[in-house]
Ligand binder design. Structure first.
Ligand SMILES: Cc1cc2nc3c(=O)[nH]c(=O)nc-3n(C[C@H](O)[C@H](O)[C@H](O)COP(=O)(O)OP(=O)(O)OC[C@H]3O[C@@H](n4cnc5c(N)ncnc54)[C@H](O)[C@@H]3O)c2cc1C
Length: 377
């Protein structure tokens, strides 16, 4: 057993860490305050090859593995969640479905522009009445004269409405009890995108409601086999969970870093608060749990990279790191006292950005349902 990362993985970690510290950290507060999408950072990340880490080189990606991808997402989230989820949703939800289920033509059409980061893609599964129960999709696609005519709506969709969004893959009923995935290009008549939704956190990430009214796309935009949409999106979510779990570790690490520094700087009763054992114990617990969470994430990524079953490991990593990040960000803010409650403190932004890690790509409860099913219950 070798727990050391390879030189390539270490190099990538250092590159992303440096990028996050030098390019993301100085603008994160402003992007959050202005709810501004980070176009400049996306362009820089595209240059660095971060917008298609696990996508093969033949399609313009970095041709790296899931572990590398998880490490990059962790390092970005350590500094800013909005930037990290932009990359994660684009990669796992926007690009991966086309790589996994697309035919040659679809791959050639979409992957180079997506994997290079020139354009972004989204995945639209959630509807107003179909969240955890994603199979309750109401959006319909009817085949007519060589086209699919789509009617319905989606909600809370990441990356669908930026100036550089190319397409969204949506789940739709193609018959009663038959779900399929269909690619809808941005700009197709009848496909409307709401203004950005106002959120508790992830202010600089793009989140929209989508509406489809007699939207006609070619027959060839069906992704994979007709009627396999349900199985496909479950597989997509299994993989996506590894990146959200990596966000949980990254956010916890970022909150720990802030607490560690503040505890040594802040003096009360004539001493730095880090000299009080109650504070030291909190930091000790945080550091320990973060190591445990990171090990779960790396294991899930490693299993996927070995081509072995990883769905259980991914759900366990997502559940554990979602709750871990909640505990750590809460303890870190507590350690910041009243200053932590002020908008200008970095920990306040991390605190707001944390909660959705226990909701998106399957709530904590849904992860427990998935885990229980894998345990044979
Ligand atoms: C910022 C943001 C970005 C998102 N991006 C995307 C995206 O890009 N694409 C996309 O398709 N979706 C996206 N989502 C949607 C997200 O995946 C859903 O919000 C999530 O799956 C939960 O669905 P819901 O919000 O409808 O909650 P609900 O399913 O209504 O759940 C409400 C509560 O009930 C609980 N619950 C539900 N069923 C059960 C059960 N059987 N047993 C126990 N408890 C249960 C849930 O755990 C939760 O606590 C995004 C959401 C957010 C907030």
């Amino acid at each position: 057993m070798d727990l050391d990362l390879s030189q390539e993985h270490e190099l990538l970690r250092n590159t992303v860490r440096e990028f996050a510290a030098e390019r993301v950290a100085p603008v994160a507060v402003e992007l959050d305050r202005e709810s501004r999408f980070p176009y400049e950072l996306v362009a820089e990340m595209a240059e660095l090859g971060l917008m298609g880490i696990p996508i093969p080189e033949e399609y313009g990606g970095a041709g790296s593995d899931t572990l590398a991808y998880a490490i990059a997402i962790e390092e970005l989230t350590r500094i800013d969640s909005s930037v990290a989820i932009t990359v994660a949703a684009h990669t796992s939800l926007g690009t991966m479905p086309i790589l996994m289920f697309g035919n040659d033509e679809q791959k050639r059409e979409w992957l180079p522009q997506l994997a290079s980061g020139e354009k972004l893609a989204a995945f639209g599964l959630t509807e107003a009445d179909a969240g955890s129960d994603a199979g309750a999709t109401r959006t319909r696609a009817e085949q007519r004269d060589g086209q699919w005519i789509v009617n319905g709506s989606k909600i809370f969709i990441t990356n669908a409405g930026t100036d550089i969004s190319a397409c969204v893959t949506i789940t739709a009923l193609t018959a009663d009890d038959e779900v399929s995935n269909i690619i809808v290009p941005n700009g197709t008549p009848g496909y409307t995108i709401s203004p950005p939704m106002h959120k508790l956190g992830w202010h600089a990430s793009d989140t929209r409601e989508l509406s489809f009214k007699d939207v006609a796309v070619p027959d060839g935009n069906l992704l994979g086999e007709r009627g396999r949409g349900f199985v496909q999106f479950l597989e997509i979510l299994d993989g996506g969970r590894i990146s959200v779990a990596a966000m949980g570790v990254g956010l916890a690490q970022g909150a720990y870093d802030l607490a560690y520094a503040y505890a040594q700087e802040r003096k009360q009763f004539g001493k730095p608060i880090s000299s009080f054992q109650a504070v030291q114990f909190k930091l000790a617990d945080m550091a320990t749990e973060i190591q445990a969470g990171r090990a779960l994430v790396y294991r899930a990524a490693w299993l996927k990279d070995q081509g072995r079953p990883f769905a259980l490991a991914a759900a366990q990593a997502k559940l554990y790191t979602g709750e871990l990040s909640n505990r750590v960000v809460n303890a870190s803010l507590q350690m910041h006292g009243g200053y932590g409650f002020m908008e200008e403190s970095a920990i306040a932004r991390l605190y707001r950005d944390q909660k959705v890690l226990e909701i998106g790509e399957g709530t904590n409860e849904v992860q427990r349902m998935v885990i229980a099913k894998h345990l044979g219950l």
